[in-house]
Design a protein around this ligand. Structure first.
Ligand SMILES: [Ca+2]
Length: 187
């Protein structure tokens, strides 16, 4: 009996770790907590910078300067075809009002434009759902849009929990089968 109990504990732990990993951020350094653009590609005539004015943690990315639509940070990631992902980032409206930012995800998807119309010097959440139509690598780009004075932080691409019940059910069935086998053996 003790052996079965230990197995059960191990399986519960396995289930929990599976659930946690499916919520992992596909982007690396999405909070810029390395203090630089590690894992990101930065381009443009006015390169975005990492600044110590965070939404969470210690750092965020700052967009400013001329030719804003040419200034970008980007990263490639691997998504599962047919899966839906929750894409989110926090944006701080700086300096002047009516800013916009542009986001491109999945390579051939056109840029979407998001207004940053919250009060100046405050953070707001931008989020949307995106379904991958290919198995990566996919590109994720954040660009400025004229005018262009804002910060971003906590950039995340996280799988929706849709596949999770199937995974959990499979693990649960596996656990039941194991317990049943052990019981059958014991009797
Ligand atoms: Ca941060």
């Amino acid at each position: 009996m003790l052996k079965i109990s230990i197995k059960k504990v191990a399986l519960v732990a396995l289930c929990l770790s599976g659930a946690a990993s499916s919520h992992a951020n596909l982007l690396l350094n999405g909070g810029f907590e390395t203090g630089d653009f590690s894992n990101w590609t930065v381009s443009g005539p006015t390169l975005p910078t990492v600044v110590s004015d965070p939404h969470t943690g210690s750092f965020s990315a700052n967009f400013a300067g001329s030719s804003p639509s040419l200034n970008s940070i980007s990263q490639s990631f691997f998504a599962n075809s047919g899966w839906t992902y929750d894409v989110s980032l926090w944006v701080k409206n700086n300096g002047i009002g009516d800013d916009r930012l542009m986001i491109q995800i999945g390579g051939d998807t056109p840029y979407d434009s998001f207004p940053i119309d919250t009060p100046l010097e405050s953070w707001s959440l931008v989020s949307f759902l995106w379904t991958s139509d290919s198995t990566g690598p996919d590109g994720f780009f954040i660009r400025g849009f004229d005018p262009n004075t804002f910060q971003v932080d906590d950039v995340r691409i996280v799988a929706q929990p849709v596949p999770e019940p199937a995974t959990m059910a499979a693990l649960g069935l596996g656990a039941l089968a194991l317990v049943r086998r052990r019981r059958a053996k014991a009797s």
